[in-house]
Design a protein around this ligand. Sequence first.
Ligand code: SAM
Ligand code: SF4
Length: 365
Amino acid sequence: MDKKPLIGHTETELKAIAKELGMPAFTGGQIARWLYVSHVEDIDGMTNISKQNRERLSEMYCVGSAAPVDCQRSKDGTVKYLFPTESGKTVETVFIPDGDRATLCVSCQVGCKMNCLFCQTGKQGFEGQLTVRDILNQIYALPERERLTNIVFMGQGEPMDNLDNVLRATEILTAPYAYAWSPRRITVSSVGIRGKLKRFLDESECHVAISLHTPLPAQREQLMPAEKGMGIMEIVTLLQDYFPADRRVPRGGVEGASHQRRLTFEYTVLGGTNDTPTHLKELVKLLRPLDCRVNLIRFHQIPDVPLKGAAEKQMEHICDYLNRNGITTTIRASRGQDIYAACGLLNTKHKEEALKASESKASEK
Ligand SMILES: C[S@@+](CC[C@H](N)C(=O)[O-])C[C@H]1O[C@@H](n2cnc3c(N)ncnc32)[C@H](O)[C@@H]1O
Ligand code: SF4
Protein backbone atom coordinates (compact mmCIF):
# COMPACT_ATOMS: atom_id res chain seq x y z
CA MET A 1 0.00 0.00 0.00
CA ASP A 2 1.28 3.49 -0.89
CA LYS A 3 1.78 5.76 2.09
CA LYS A 4 -0.62 8.67 2.44
CA PRO A 5 0.77 12.24 2.35
CA LEU A 6 0.48 14.37 5.50
CA ILE A 7 0.72 17.63 3.54
CA GLY A 8 -2.78 18.87 2.75
CA HIS A 9 -4.29 18.02 6.14
CA THR A 10 -5.54 20.72 8.50
CA GLU A 11 -4.49 20.75 12.15
CA THR A 12 -7.86 19.25 13.16
CA GLU A 13 -7.38 16.39 10.70
CA LEU A 14 -3.81 15.81 11.86
CA LYS A 15 -5.04 15.61 15.46
CA ALA A 16 -7.61 13.01 14.39
CA ILE A 17 -4.86 11.02 12.60
CA ALA A 18 -2.69 11.17 15.75
CA LYS A 19 -5.55 9.96 17.94
CA GLU A 20 -6.40 7.16 15.54
CA LEU A 21 -2.81 5.95 15.82
CA GLY A 22 -3.02 6.00 19.63
CA MET A 23 -1.03 9.22 20.14
CA PRO A 24 -2.14 12.27 22.13
CA ALA A 25 -4.11 14.79 20.04
CA PHE A 26 -1.47 17.52 20.63
CA THR A 27 0.95 15.43 18.55
CA GLY A 28 -1.28 16.41 15.59
CA GLY A 29 -0.53 20.05 16.38
CA GLN A 30 3.18 19.28 16.51
CA ILE A 31 2.95 17.54 13.12
CA ALA A 32 1.16 20.60 11.65
CA ARG A 33 4.02 22.87 12.74
CA TRP A 34 6.70 20.47 11.49
CA LEU A 35 4.96 20.50 8.13
CA TYR A 36 3.81 24.06 7.53
CA VAL A 37 6.31 26.03 9.62
CA SER A 38 9.48 23.90 9.45
CA HIS A 39 8.82 22.17 6.10
CA VAL A 40 10.44 18.90 7.14
CA GLU A 41 11.27 16.47 4.35
CA ASP A 42 10.54 13.29 6.29
CA ILE A 43 8.74 12.14 9.40
CA ASP A 44 12.05 11.29 11.07
CA GLY A 45 12.82 15.03 11.08
CA MET A 46 9.90 15.67 13.51
CA THR A 47 12.29 15.41 16.42
CA ASN A 48 10.03 16.48 19.31
CA ILE A 49 7.78 13.48 18.59
CA SER A 50 8.95 10.24 20.23
CA LYS A 51 10.84 7.80 18.00
CA GLN A 52 8.16 5.18 18.61
CA ASN A 53 5.37 7.56 17.48
CA ARG A 54 7.37 8.65 14.43
CA GLU A 55 7.78 5.00 13.46
CA ARG A 56 4.06 4.37 13.95
CA LEU A 57 3.20 7.40 11.81
CA SER A 58 5.67 6.31 9.10
CA GLU A 59 3.96 2.93 8.73
CA MET A 60 0.99 4.58 7.01
CA TYR A 61 2.03 8.14 6.20
CA CYS A 62 4.78 10.13 4.52
CA VAL A 63 5.36 13.91 4.45
CA GLY A 64 4.43 13.88 0.75
CA SER A 65 6.51 16.72 -0.69
CA ALA A 66 7.92 16.29 -4.18
CA ALA A 67 10.51 18.49 -5.89
CA PRO A 68 9.85 19.93 -9.36
CA VAL A 69 10.71 17.60 -12.26
CA ASP A 70 11.59 20.36 -14.74
CA CYS A 71 12.18 24.10 -14.78
CA GLN A 72 12.85 26.94 -17.19
CA ARG A 73 14.54 30.18 -16.14
CA SER A 74 13.85 33.48 -17.82
CA LYS A 75 16.51 36.14 -18.13
CA ASP A 76 14.17 38.45 -16.15
CA GLY A 77 14.33 36.12 -13.12
CA THR A 78 10.96 34.41 -13.67
CA VAL A 79 11.15 30.65 -13.16
CA LYS A 80 8.59 28.16 -14.43
CA TYR A 81 8.49 24.82 -12.59
CA LEU A 82 6.79 21.57 -13.45
CA PHE A 83 5.56 19.80 -10.31
CA PRO A 84 4.48 16.15 -10.13
CA THR A 85 0.96 15.42 -8.84
CA GLU A 86 -0.22 12.53 -6.66
CA SER A 87 -1.89 11.01 -9.72
CA GLY A 88 1.42 10.89 -11.63
CA LYS A 89 0.76 13.90 -13.89
CA THR A 90 2.46 17.29 -13.94
CA VAL A 91 1.38 20.92 -13.48
CA GLU A 92 3.04 24.27 -13.94
CA THR A 93 3.91 26.83 -11.27
CA VAL A 94 5.52 30.17 -12.09
CA PHE A 95 7.74 32.11 -9.65
CA ILE A 96 7.82 35.84 -10.46
CA PRO A 97 10.28 37.99 -8.46
CA ASP A 98 9.77 41.74 -8.69
CA GLY A 99 11.89 43.96 -6.44
CA ASP A 100 10.89 43.27 -2.85
CA ARG A 101 7.83 41.27 -3.99
CA ALA A 102 7.78 37.69 -5.22
CA THR A 103 4.57 36.20 -6.57
CA LEU A 104 3.83 32.53 -7.14
CA CYS A 105 1.30 31.60 -9.79
CA VAL A 106 -0.12 28.21 -8.77
CA SER A 107 -2.24 25.63 -10.60
CA CYS A 108 -5.37 23.95 -9.22
CA GLN A 109 -6.18 21.35 -11.92
CA VAL A 110 -4.37 19.24 -14.49
CA GLY A 111 -5.69 20.88 -17.65
CA CYS A 112 -9.11 22.57 -17.56
CA LYS A 113 -12.69 21.89 -18.67
CA MET A 114 -13.48 25.50 -19.59
CA ASN A 115 -11.91 25.45 -23.06
CA CYS A 116 -11.27 29.18 -23.46
CA LEU A 117 -10.24 29.85 -27.04
CA PHE A 118 -7.05 31.77 -26.15
CA CYS A 119 -5.70 29.39 -23.49
CA GLN A 120 -3.19 26.58 -23.93
CA THR A 121 -4.45 24.80 -20.79
CA GLY A 122 -7.96 24.91 -22.27
CA LYS A 123 -6.61 23.14 -25.37
CA GLN A 124 -5.13 20.43 -23.15
CA GLY A 125 -8.59 19.46 -21.91
CA PHE A 126 -9.32 18.25 -18.38
CA GLU A 127 -7.08 15.56 -16.91
CA GLY A 128 -7.91 15.72 -13.21
CA GLN A 129 -8.27 17.70 -10.01
CA LEU A 130 -5.27 18.66 -7.91
CA THR A 131 -5.53 17.40 -4.34
CA VAL A 132 -4.95 19.79 -1.43
CA ARG A 133 -1.49 18.22 -1.17
CA ASP A 134 -0.83 18.92 -4.88
CA ILE A 135 -1.82 22.57 -4.50
CA LEU A 136 0.26 23.08 -1.34
CA ASN A 137 3.25 21.11 -2.64
CA GLN A 138 3.80 23.89 -5.21
CA ILE A 139 4.66 26.11 -2.24
CA TYR A 140 6.12 23.49 0.11
CA ALA A 141 8.69 22.23 -2.39
CA LEU A 142 9.40 25.55 -4.10
CA PRO A 143 13.13 26.39 -3.95
CA GLU A 144 12.27 30.11 -3.46
CA ARG A 145 9.56 29.43 -0.85
CA GLU A 146 11.00 31.78 1.78
CA ARG A 147 10.97 34.72 -0.64
CA LEU A 148 7.24 34.55 -1.45
CA THR A 149 5.08 37.57 -0.71
CA ASN A 150 1.99 36.78 -2.83
CA ILE A 151 0.17 33.80 -4.31
CA VAL A 152 -2.19 33.95 -7.28
CA PHE A 153 -4.37 31.06 -8.43
CA MET A 154 -3.79 31.94 -12.08
CA GLY A 155 -1.91 28.88 -13.26
CA GLN A 156 -3.55 25.87 -14.87
CA GLY A 157 -7.20 25.11 -14.13
CA GLU A 158 -10.34 26.81 -12.93
CA PRO A 159 -10.39 27.27 -9.11
CA MET A 160 -14.21 27.28 -8.86
CA ASP A 161 -14.23 23.85 -10.51
CA ASN A 162 -12.06 22.47 -7.68
CA LEU A 163 -13.45 24.70 -4.99
CA ASP A 164 -13.31 22.38 -1.95
CA ASN A 165 -9.59 21.75 -2.43
CA VAL A 166 -8.80 25.39 -3.24
CA LEU A 167 -10.64 26.52 -0.08
CA ARG A 168 -8.85 23.91 2.01
CA ALA A 169 -5.45 24.96 0.61
CA THR A 170 -6.14 28.65 1.29
CA GLU A 171 -7.37 27.71 4.78
CA ILE A 172 -3.98 26.11 5.52
CA LEU A 173 -2.11 29.04 3.94
CA THR A 174 -3.92 31.52 6.18
CA ALA A 175 -4.26 29.45 9.41
CA PRO A 176 -2.27 30.76 12.41
CA TYR A 177 -0.89 27.26 13.12
CA ALA A 178 0.37 26.91 9.52
CA TYR A 179 1.54 29.58 7.04
CA ALA A 180 -0.39 32.40 8.79
CA TRP A 181 -0.57 34.46 5.60
CA SER A 182 -3.07 37.30 5.35
CA PRO A 183 -5.79 36.36 2.80
CA ARG A 184 -4.98 39.74 1.21
CA ARG A 185 -1.75 38.20 -0.08
CA ILE A 186 -3.72 35.60 -2.05
CA THR A 187 -5.76 36.17 -5.24
CA VAL A 188 -8.05 33.57 -6.77
CA SER A 189 -8.89 34.01 -10.46
CA SER A 190 -12.02 32.61 -12.09
CA VAL A 191 -14.19 32.73 -15.19
CA GLY A 192 -17.23 32.58 -12.85
CA ILE A 193 -19.23 29.43 -12.16
CA ARG A 194 -22.81 29.63 -10.88
CA GLY A 195 -23.12 28.62 -7.23
CA LYS A 196 -19.38 28.18 -6.80
CA LEU A 197 -18.44 31.84 -7.17
CA LYS A 198 -20.99 32.84 -4.52
CA ARG A 199 -19.75 30.11 -2.20
CA PHE A 200 -16.19 31.32 -2.66
CA LEU A 201 -17.19 34.93 -1.95
CA ASP A 202 -18.98 33.82 1.23
CA GLU A 203 -16.37 31.40 2.52
CA SER A 204 -13.08 33.08 1.59
CA GLU A 205 -11.46 36.41 2.39
CA CYS A 206 -8.93 36.18 -0.45
CA HIS A 207 -8.86 38.75 -3.26
CA VAL A 208 -10.95 37.88 -6.33
CA ALA A 209 -10.04 38.21 -10.01
CA ILE A 210 -12.60 37.62 -12.74
CA SER A 211 -11.51 36.76 -16.27
CA LEU A 212 -13.62 39.11 -18.36
CA HIS A 213 -11.96 39.57 -21.77
CA THR A 214 -15.01 41.22 -23.37
CA PRO A 215 -18.04 43.07 -22.04
CA LEU A 216 -20.26 41.65 -24.82
CA PRO A 217 -22.00 38.44 -23.65
CA ALA A 218 -22.36 36.92 -27.16
CA GLN A 219 -18.67 37.44 -27.90
CA ARG A 220 -17.67 36.24 -24.42
CA GLU A 221 -19.52 33.01 -25.14
CA GLN A 222 -17.40 32.53 -28.27
CA LEU A 223 -14.14 33.23 -26.45
CA MET A 224 -15.13 31.53 -23.19
CA PRO A 225 -17.77 28.78 -23.30
CA ALA A 226 -18.22 29.14 -19.50
CA GLU A 227 -20.30 32.26 -20.29
CA LYS A 228 -23.15 29.83 -21.16
CA GLY A 229 -23.17 28.52 -17.57
CA MET A 230 -22.83 31.84 -15.77
CA GLY A 231 -23.03 34.98 -17.90
CA ILE A 232 -21.08 38.15 -17.23
CA MET A 233 -24.30 40.07 -16.38
CA GLU A 234 -25.12 37.53 -13.67
CA ILE A 235 -21.52 37.68 -12.41
CA VAL A 236 -21.61 41.48 -12.14
CA THR A 237 -25.00 41.40 -10.39
CA LEU A 238 -23.65 38.92 -7.83
CA LEU A 239 -20.47 40.95 -7.31
CA GLN A 240 -22.47 44.12 -6.59
CA ASP A 241 -23.49 42.58 -3.26
CA TYR A 242 -19.84 42.23 -2.23
CA PHE A 243 -18.09 45.12 -4.06
CA PRO A 244 -20.64 47.95 -4.54
CA ALA A 245 -19.32 51.12 -6.20
CA ASP A 246 -20.00 53.22 -3.11
CA ARG A 247 -17.31 51.23 -1.26
CA ARG A 248 -14.66 52.94 -3.42
CA VAL A 249 -11.94 55.02 -1.78
CA PRO A 250 -12.93 58.65 -2.54
CA ARG A 251 -10.75 60.55 -5.01
CA GLY A 252 -7.76 61.95 -3.16
CA GLY A 253 -7.95 59.11 -0.60
CA VAL A 254 -5.01 56.77 -0.37
CA GLU A 255 -5.75 53.84 -2.60
CA GLY A 256 -4.84 50.52 -1.05
CA ALA A 257 -4.73 52.13 2.38
CA SER A 258 -7.81 50.18 3.36
CA HIS A 259 -7.12 46.51 3.75
CA GLN A 260 -10.35 45.60 2.03
CA ARG A 261 -10.70 42.57 -0.15
CA ARG A 262 -10.09 43.52 -3.79
CA LEU A 263 -11.95 42.74 -6.99
CA THR A 264 -9.99 42.80 -10.25
CA PHE A 265 -11.14 42.08 -13.79
CA GLU A 266 -8.58 40.52 -16.09
CA TYR A 267 -8.76 41.65 -19.68
CA THR A 268 -6.44 40.00 -22.21
CA VAL A 269 -6.28 42.50 -25.04
CA LEU A 270 -6.85 40.87 -28.42
CA GLY A 271 -6.10 43.29 -31.28
CA GLY A 272 -9.19 43.92 -33.45
CA THR A 273 -11.27 41.52 -31.33
CA ASN A 274 -11.98 43.14 -27.94
CA ASP A 275 -10.32 46.57 -28.18
CA THR A 276 -12.76 48.63 -30.30
CA PRO A 277 -14.39 51.89 -29.08
CA THR A 278 -17.65 49.93 -28.55
CA HIS A 279 -15.85 47.47 -26.28
CA LEU A 280 -14.37 50.29 -24.22
CA LYS A 281 -17.71 52.09 -23.84
CA GLU A 282 -19.48 48.85 -22.84
CA LEU A 283 -16.70 48.02 -20.39
CA VAL A 284 -17.20 51.29 -18.54
CA LYS A 285 -20.99 50.74 -18.48
CA LEU A 286 -20.62 47.17 -17.21
CA LEU A 287 -18.13 47.92 -14.44
CA ARG A 288 -19.48 51.28 -13.25
CA PRO A 289 -21.66 49.72 -10.48
CA LEU A 290 -18.64 47.97 -8.95
CA ASP A 291 -15.71 48.89 -6.75
CA CYS A 292 -13.14 47.17 -8.92
CA ARG A 293 -10.06 47.61 -11.02
CA VAL A 294 -9.03 46.27 -14.42
CA ASN A 295 -5.77 44.54 -15.25
CA LEU A 296 -4.92 44.58 -18.95
CA ILE A 297 -2.96 41.48 -19.99
CA ARG A 298 -0.80 41.12 -23.08
CA PHE A 299 -1.89 38.12 -25.15
CA HIS A 300 0.68 35.30 -25.26
CA GLN A 301 0.39 33.82 -28.72
CA ILE A 302 -0.41 30.11 -28.64
CA PRO A 303 -0.18 27.65 -31.55
CA ASP A 304 -3.11 27.34 -34.01
CA VAL A 305 -5.26 30.12 -32.56
CA PRO A 306 -6.32 32.93 -34.94
CA LEU A 307 -6.08 35.70 -32.33
CA LYS A 308 -3.43 38.37 -31.98
CA GLY A 309 -2.25 40.73 -29.27
CA ALA A 310 -2.46 44.51 -29.44
CA ALA A 311 0.32 47.07 -29.98
CA GLU A 312 1.79 48.75 -26.91
CA LYS A 313 0.23 52.08 -27.92
CA GLN A 314 -3.22 50.51 -28.04
CA MET A 315 -2.72 48.93 -24.59
CA GLU A 316 -1.83 52.38 -23.24
CA HIS A 317 -4.83 53.97 -25.00
CA ILE A 318 -7.23 51.46 -23.38
CA CYS A 319 -5.58 51.97 -20.00
CA ASP A 320 -5.91 55.78 -20.26
CA TYR A 321 -9.51 55.60 -21.48
CA LEU A 322 -10.65 53.40 -18.61
CA ASN A 323 -8.80 55.45 -15.99
CA ARG A 324 -10.28 58.69 -17.41
CA ASN A 325 -13.71 57.10 -17.10
CA GLY A 326 -13.30 56.20 -13.45
CA ILE A 327 -12.15 52.57 -13.75
CA THR A 328 -8.73 52.11 -12.11
CA THR A 329 -6.71 50.23 -14.72
CA THR A 330 -3.15 48.93 -14.98
CA ILE A 331 -1.21 47.01 -17.61
CA ARG A 332 0.24 43.77 -16.28
CA ALA A 333 3.99 43.57 -16.69
CA SER A 334 4.76 40.76 -19.08
CA ARG A 335 7.18 38.41 -17.41
CA GLY A 336 9.12 35.39 -18.59
CA GLN A 337 8.39 36.00 -22.29
CA ASP A 338 11.51 34.06 -23.28
CA ILE A 339 10.37 30.94 -21.39
CA TYR A 340 6.74 31.11 -22.53
CA ALA A 341 5.42 31.91 -19.05
CA ALA A 342 1.88 31.75 -20.49
CA CYS A 343 0.38 28.79 -18.74
CA GLY A 344 0.26 25.37 -20.30
CA LEU A 345 3.24 25.54 -22.61
CA LEU A 346 5.87 23.87 -20.42
CA ASN A 347 3.48 21.05 -19.63
CA THR A 348 2.75 20.60 -23.35
CA LYS A 349 6.49 20.59 -24.16
CA HIS A 350 7.11 18.05 -21.39
CA LYS A 351 4.36 15.76 -22.70
CA GLU A 352 5.58 16.02 -26.30
CA GLU A 353 9.10 15.08 -25.18
CA ALA A 354 7.79 12.15 -23.14
CA LEU A 355 5.74 10.98 -26.15
CA LYS A 356 8.76 11.27 -28.50
CA ALA A 357 10.93 9.35 -26.01
CA SER A 358 8.37 6.53 -25.71
CA GLU A 359 7.93 6.41 -29.52
CA SER A 360 11.67 6.16 -30.11
CA LYS A 361 11.94 3.47 -27.40
CA ALA A 362 9.13 1.54 -29.10
CA SER A 363 10.85 1.82 -32.50
CA GLU A 364 14.15 0.54 -30.98
CA LYS A 365 12.42 -2.68 -29.90
C1 SAM B 1 -4.84 30.54 -16.91
S1 SAM B 1 -6.15 31.36 -16.13
C2 SAM B 1 -6.33 30.44 -14.61
C3 SAM B 1 -7.39 30.96 -13.71
C4 SAM B 1 -8.83 30.81 -14.19
N1 SAM B 1 -9.06 29.59 -14.83
C5 SAM B 1 -9.23 31.97 -15.06
O1 SAM B 1 -9.42 31.77 -16.28
O2 SAM B 1 -9.36 33.06 -14.54
C6 SAM B 1 -5.41 32.87 -15.58
C7 SAM B 1 -5.49 34.02 -16.55
O3 SAM B 1 -4.66 33.76 -17.69
C8 SAM B 1 -5.32 34.27 -18.84
N2 SAM B 1 -4.80 33.64 -20.06
C9 SAM B 1 -5.00 32.39 -20.50
N3 SAM B 1 -4.36 32.18 -21.66
C10 SAM B 1 -3.75 33.34 -21.98
C11 SAM B 1 -2.94 33.77 -23.08
N4 SAM B 1 -2.65 32.95 -24.09
N5 SAM B 1 -2.48 35.04 -23.07
C12 SAM B 1 -2.77 35.88 -22.04
N6 SAM B 1 -3.52 35.55 -20.99
C13 SAM B 1 -4.02 34.29 -20.95
C14 SAM B 1 -6.74 33.91 -18.53
O4 SAM B 1 -7.66 34.59 -19.31
C15 SAM B 1 -6.89 34.26 -17.08
O5 SAM B 1 -7.29 35.60 -16.92
S1 SF4 C 1 -8.32 30.66 -19.12
FE1 SF4 C 1 -8.69 29.71 -17.14
S2 SF4 C 1 -10.75 28.84 -17.35
FE2 SF4 C 1 -10.08 29.32 -19.41
S3 SF4 C 1 -9.25 27.37 -20.17
FE3 SF4 C 1 -7.54 28.59 -19.32
S4 SF4 C 1 -7.33 27.90 -17.24
FE4 SF4 C 1 -9.35 27.22 -17.95
